[in-house]
Design a protein around this ligand. Structure first.
Ligand code: TYM
Length: 336
């Protein structure tokens, strides 16, 4: 059975972009594939970050993913820093990763501009991501389209490593992405991709009033200045969000009412808010339930890490061997 790996950073709240672009798909895919899911906290320290809240955010991310329907009995869910092999393989893959390839990554080019002195981790970020995937020798990676370039690099790294250390045999599969129709959800500012770092999100665990307060001021078609101006739903982010949260007849009504100036943008947003609140309510309830079970999340993450470590340690044994490292001898207790 093909194996799936995917990950998410605990760098902020889980938002509807993550859910529609990736996590909803993880939940479905776990019914048909062997899946491994990871909260990538080592990636979350590659920029400026708050170390005092990292642990809490990691835990919250686990709660969110479980509430979405990740089933730990089917798919191990674990924290990246709990499986040391991720960092080890990342170091070994540096041997076949050209710096030029890393400098060309769009996300590196964007994010590095925010720093006077760019942290090395930001440049090496995609090598760690390659290590995450290759450690489990995964075939498929469900992600949003902002990760496609990193996956291309992962395939290049796998190819180079296979050529150098596996005599061209496909020891590491070249992993392919799985995208959803919602592969790039725009933020409420209508300008940039919905992103934790830009503050243009709707949180998956937001309550009804928070959702409404966020949708109310969201950007729509700028040509609609008053409710009498006809609009173009195709360029309106609120219309696009209706497509994921509202039934088809509502989506058709929204397009018709917008083009025909039959209602105001606020009416359109109110209907979206109601449908979004209803869609997210069960997730929110499950998250609240999980909060009432002390220790349960930690237990799930510990079990997930133990399962992940079994696969990871086997891969590392083989990788170290193929790369020519001297195996560590085990001392028998009475020879000390
Ligand atoms: P991250 O934490 O930024 O996002 C997690 C997943 O959500 C998707 N996503 C979106 N999809 C649609 N529209 C959006 N606005 C949107 N925002 C985020 C992302 O594409 C991603 O699938 N580098 C990764 C984490 C990672 C990883 C991995 C992923 C580390 N190692 C190995 C897959 C495999 C990241 O920062 O995702």
């Amino acid at each position: 059975m093909p194996r799936i790996f995917s990950g998410i950073q605990p760098s902020g709240e889980l938002h509807i972009g993550n859910w529609l672009g990736a996590v909803q798909n993880w939940v479905t895919l776990q019914l048909s594939y062997e899946c491994v899911f990871c909260i990538v906290d080592l990636h979350a320290i590659t920029g400026k970050y708050d170390h005092e809240t990292l642990a809490q955010r990691t835990r919250e991310m686990a709660v969110g993913l479980l509430a979405c329907g990740i089933d730990p009995d089917r798919s191990p869910l674990f924290v990246q820093s709990h499986v040391a092999e991720h960092a080890e393989l990342q170091w070994l893959l540096n041997a076949v990763t050209p710096i030029g390839d890393l400098e060309r990554m769009t996300q590196f080019k964007d994010k590095s501009q925010r720093f006077e002195s760019v942290p090395a981790g930001l440049l090496n970020y995609p090598v760690l991501m390659a290590a995450d995937i290759l450690l489990y020798r995964a075939d498929l990676v469900p992600v949003g389209d902002d990760q496609i370039q990193h996956l291309e690099l992962t395939r290049d790294i796998a190819r180079k490593w296979n050529a150098e250390f596996a005599a061209g045999e496909q020891y590491f599969p070249e992993p392919q992405p799985i995208l959803t129709e919602a592969k790039r959800i725009m933020g409420l500012d209508g300008e940039a991709k919905m992103s934790k770092s830009l503050g243009n999100t709707v949180g998956l665990l937001d309550g009804p009033e928070e959702i409404w307060q966020k949708l109310r001021p969201a950007k729509t078609d700028p040509a609609r200045v008053t409710r009498k101006d006809p609009g173009n739903p195709e360029i309106c982010n609120i219309y696009h969000l209706h497509r994921y949260f509202s039934p088809p007849e509502t989506v058709a009504k929204v397009a018709d009412h917008c083009r025909g100036a039959k209602w105001g943008c606020l009416d359109c947003k109110r209907e979206l808010a109601d449908n979004m609140i209803a869609a997210l309510a069960p997730i929110r309830e499950r998250a609240l339930d999980l909060h009432t079970e002390p220790g349960r999340v930690e237990e799930i993450l510990a079990e997930g890490a133990a399962t992940a470590r079994k696969i990871a340690s086997q891969t590392m044994l083989e990788v170290r061997g193929r790369m020519g490292f001297l195996p560590a001898a085990t001392l028998c207790p009475d020879s000390r």
